[in-house]
Design a protein around this ligand. Structure first.
Ligand code: 5GP
Ligand code: ZN
Length: 144
């Protein structure tokens, strides 16, 4: 896409600090990192949503993201890493070219996900599972 900043980064029209590139994916340092080394792994082809990325490309993103996490741990003295993907504005996606965040972590790095833990009302869990699994089966059936 012509006016997408991540497509421009892939094409070299906007400078970036590259960590990795192959035929399917491109990985570069996030300009405003949670911790130094925070990396973004993107499909070279423009996809707004992770859900439309072909399986082989999505698999490569996850594989390379994990391997970058390990490299950050080994070379930059981190203890761990988070993989994070925001799909849609309400989920926090700001750049509308799908991207996987690789966030290197240390035990006392001062960053928290603020993860809440709700409780299901009686019956709601089964109701959601039935609805979502039926929808998923129909969607996957349409694709094959
Ligand atoms: P999102 O909130 O969409 O999941 O994350 C977008 C990420 O892209 C942010 O963490 C932001 O710092 C990063 N970002 C936005 N513009 C640029 C850019 O021009 N260059 C680089 N390297 N990172 C960017
Ligand atoms: Zn793009």
């Amino acid at each position: 896409m012509n006016d997408c900043i991540f497509c421009k980064i892939v094409r070299g029209e906007i400078p970036s600090v590259k960590i990795y590139e192959d035929d399917l994916v491109f990985a570069f340092l996030d300009i405003s990192p949670i911790n130094f080394g925070h990396t973004l792994v993107i499909p070279k082809e423009h996809h707004q949503s992770a859900s439309t990325i072909p399986e082989a490309v999505a698999g490569r993103m996850f594989h390379i993201g994990s391997r970058i996490g390990v490299a950050l741990r080994r070379k930059c003295d981190y203890d761990a890493y988070n993989l994070h993907l925001a799909d849609g504005a309400a989920a926090g996606q700001v750049v509308m070219h799908a991207h996987l965040h690789v966030v290197p972590r240390q035990a006392e790095d001062g960053f928290h996900w603020n993860w809440r833990q709700l409780k299901y009302p009686e019956g709601r869990m089964a109701e959601i599972a039935a609805g979502v699994s039926a929808r998923l089966a129909a969607d996957l059936g349409e694709e094959s």
